[in-house]
Write a protein that binds this ligand. Structure first.
Ligand SMILES: *Cc1c(COP(=O)(O)O)cnc(C)c1O
Length: 387
């Protein structure tokens, strides 16, 4: 009952890869293999699975699907996005040189600067500045370059193709955190990157009810190392979370289209509002890297940041007056969320560094959901009056 999947398009892959019907009873929705271990026919003669930390059939299905969506050969699904980062960093020899974007996810910054700084040699740079980044790569000769594009929360875009040309020259690996765009809008491996990392917690799952991460690559040797570490250190994704995320992925395409459609309308609405200083959204012509965004992404996603013409107190009143936008960290779910990076997601980044990279106290980050867009703009309309 294995489906033929060689010549199918993205939305078909997201529904069919990893979702072959059950071989025994034909169930169209595969079982959740809630098992820790597997019987063996004779000692060391097993059915392909020995222990769930190492492998699990439900997780295998998700990994096959994710690898296909990112045009890769291999995928390892981890218990969170941060677990994926830690496996990638442990998979490098001690003392490796790592060059990282300076506007990455707060947790990524924290892991690099308070845990892996003891093990590796870590530098930061604004990777949306291509020229500066290429020069730095040639001088620093890193072993790994880690970029997030677009970044969080300033939506800065880095040119994957240009940066990969430089990493290839110095034989460095290029890892791209593709959480914001998902493979639906951006496929970094096709642009020259070596490794893609995801927080599956966000758009890929899409329903704010599971935590997960993934490391995706066609580099066999690198992924063998990842498998070894995953088995040895233990951050493997559970069967139930694997099932939920695989289920979420089936609607990835339609969700991403709707996130984008709503975002464009909201960005335009906010941009023209007198209480708004500026809107940062990759799909606006005013975005500093709009050209690069158009070149490497097939859409602009559902994340935006807004600078309100107000102080901390006014921003607080605005957030409090919202009805449909929930105040919460995280992003990428069907429901709209709002947060204040300076006091929430990026609180672990020191204030001085935060401000130097442009995260002001009045900056608001929005994860636009897939609700009715008129309801969402109405909600903003009411709340903006409270500033
Ligand atoms: C949330 C997030 C992470 C971390 O993922 P978790 O699943 O929360 O561990 C990493 N990168 C980006 C861009 C994120 O948004």
């Amino acid at each position: 009952m294995k489906k033929k999947t060689n010549n199918i398009n993205f939305n078909t892959k997201s529904i069919h890869i990893g979702s072959d019907p059950d071989k025994i009873n034909g169930a169209i929705s595969p079982a959740i293999y809630a098992t820790s271990t597997y019987i063996q026919k004779a000692p060391a003669d097993h059915y392909g699975y020995e222990y769930t930390r190492t492998h699990n059939p439900t997780r295998t299905r998700l990994e096959e699907c994710l690898a296909a969506l990112e045009s890769a050969k291999f995928c390892a699904a981890t218990s969170s996005g941060m677990a994926a980062l830690s496996l990638v960093l442990h998979n490098l020899p001690h003392g490796s040189k790592i060059l990282c974007g300076d506007d990455v996810y707060g947790g990524t910054y924290r892991q690099l600067t308070t845990i892996f700084n003891e093990i590796h040699n870590i530098g930061f740079i604004d990777t949306s500045d291509t020229k500066k980044t290429k020069k730095k790569i040639e001088e620093f000769k890193p072993d790994l370059v880690w970029i997030e594009t677009p970044t969080n929360p300033l939506l800065k875009i880095s040119d994957i193709k240009e940066i990969s040309a430089s990493t290839k020259k110095v034989k460095a690996l290029l890892a791209v955190d593709n959480t914001f765009m998902t493979p639906y809008f951006q496929r970094p491996l096709e642009l020259g990157a070596d490794i893609v990392i995801h927080s599956l917690t966000k758009y890929l799952n899409g329903h704010s009810d599971a935590l997960g991460g993934a490391i995706i690559s066609s580099n066999k040797k690198f992924m063998e190392g990842i498998r070894y570490l995953q088995n040895s250190m233990g951050p493997s994704l559970s069967p139930f979370e694997s099932f939920l995320i695989l289920r979420g992925i089936k609607t990835l395409g339609v969700r991403m289209e709707k996130h984008q459609e709503n975002s464009i309308k909201i960005a335009k609405y906010l941009e023209s509002h007198q209480k708004v200083e500026n809107v940062i959204y990759p799909g606006l012509k005013t975005h500093p890297q709009f050209k690069v965004a158009k070149k490497q992404m097939s859409g602009f996603g559902g994340m935006m940041s807004v600078n309100l013409k107000t102080n901390i107190a006014g921003a607080k009143r605005f957030i409090k007056a919202l009805n449909l936008f929930s105040l919460a960290e995280s992003l990428g779910g069907v429901e709209s969320l709002i947060e204040q990076p300076a006091t929430m997601t990026h609180a672990s980044v020191p204030k001085k560094i935060r401000e130097s990279i442009g995260i002001k106290d009045g900056l608001i980050r929005i994860s636009v959901g897939i609700e009715n867009v008129e309801d969402l703009t109405q909600d903003f309309d009411n709340a903006l009056k409270k500033i």
